[in-house]
Design a protein around this ligand. Structure first.
Ligand code: M6R
Length: 366
């Protein structure tokens, strides 16, 4: 039931404050001083001792894995590799017994992810799953796992499942960092507090949807679009581009902003919308110079910025503001305006938003 919404996708975007809190509720202790991932309790010593963590997935789930790579390496200091399941399963990867392999899948039925997981299992790795659909094939195949509590996702374009995946992966990264003594209790509790604050901050982004719609109107006839981000916001750029291309059929590419000079800058002209995802993080100045490079070539900048960032206000053609947060959780906020932007553009172009052409909700054949 779509309720008052025109499409399931829009309904699911608006559900995110609730689905994120449903996903962390019960996993953060009431006094907010610890994270407990019930499904992983028995295997947590093995995860803490892992030599390496390999995360596999496809599409949006692969983007969530990239966020986790940055989080786990920065805070828990465990080497992480992220792979497309379709590559991993066929490329004869080196897997050792001390490795932990985490499969991420909303549906829990993606054929490549399931096959990759079985292959890693046969090599003796500990296999974990982060799935949304309870009792799905991937959930059943894994040694242990954590469910995302996003509820049924009907729109083919994944929205609330992505933010739920990032929520679980963030909790895992923070807990692992604490267990490995890489962060102290005070910092751990600060990260937990940042996570708890996300739903309310998301509400303020969602309230701004009419403005996002007016910006979408300006760019709905674009032929191409470029999405740029750095650090935790690089996967958000990839995800924003994927949303736009899958539902509006506009050709969009996501890039690490630092890679722009190595090719994509050749595309920039006065017809190209360039969506820049920024936050007040250590990459901020670098992102500013990327924006200047685009402006010098007359590209149109649509910037996702932290509220009150007046510096970028002057440079960007259009701005989507998000509340300030710690960089470790910024992906959960910055992705939402991009979901709405893609949604409104697709609706204005007359596309079938919930059932885009050629796509299936779960890809059970390779
Ligand atoms: O069910 P899964 O998470 O395994 O699905 C993976 C991809 O097929 C999926 O994320 C796809 O890319 C979505 N349509 C993206 O919106």
């Amino acid at each position: 039931d779509k309720g008052d919404f025109d499409h399931f996708m829009l309904k699911e975007i608006f559900e995110q404050p609730k689905t994120i809190s449903d996903t962390y509720r019960g996993r953060i202790r009431p006094n907010q001083n610890d994270i407990v991932l019930g499904g992983l309790i028995d295997v947590f010593p093995k995860i803490t001792a892992a030599n390496r963590i390999i995360i596999i997935g496809c599409g949006t789930s692969w983007h969530a894995a990239l966020v986790a790579e940055y989080l786990i390496e920065e805070y828990a200091r465990v080497p992480v590799e992220v792979e497309y399941a379709s590559e991993f399963r066929y490329r004869k990867p080196i897997i050792h017994e001390g490795d932990v392999v985490i499969a991420i899948s909303q549906s829990g039925e993606t054929a490549d992810t399931l096959a990759a997981l079985k292959m890693a299992k046969s090599k003796g790795a500990l296999i974990l799953g982060i799935c949304n659909v309870v009792g799905s094939s991937i959930a059943r195949e894994t040694d242990a796992g954590v469910y995302t509590h996003a509820g049924t996702e009907i729109g083919v374009a994944s929205t609330k499942a992505f933010t739920a995946q990032v929520t679980v992966l963030s909790l895992l990264a923070f807990k692992l960092a604490k267990e490995r003594s890489e962060i102290d209790q005070e910092f751990y509790e600060m990260l937990i507090g940042e996570m708890l604050a996300i739903p309310e901050k998301l509400e303020t982004i969602l309230v701004g949807h009419p403005y996002i719609k007016t910006v979408a109107e300006k760019y709905k006839d674009a032929v191409n679009a470029l999405y740029l981000g750095r650090g935790y916001l690089f996967p958000v750029a990839l995800e924003g581009a994927l949303k736009l291309k899958e539902i509006s059929y506009i050709h969009a590419e996501g890039y690490a902003a630092g890679e722009m000079k190595h090719g994509p800058i050749a595309l920039v002209d006065d017809n190209l919308p360039v969506v820049v995802v920024s936050a007040k993080d250590s990459y901020y100045e670098k992102v500013v110079s990327n924006i200047q490079e685009v402006k010098a070539r007359k590209g149109n900048i649509i910037a996702v910025v932290t509220e009150g960032d007046n510096g970028l206000r002057k440079m960007a053609d259009d701005l989507f503001e998000v509340p300030e947060s710690h960089p470790a959780v910024a992906a959960l906020l910055t992705v939402v305006p991009l979901q709405l932007f893609a949604y409104y553009i697709a609706v204005m172009r007359g596309c079938d938003v919930d059932q885009p052409r050629n796509l299936a909700k779960s890809v059970t054949v390779e």
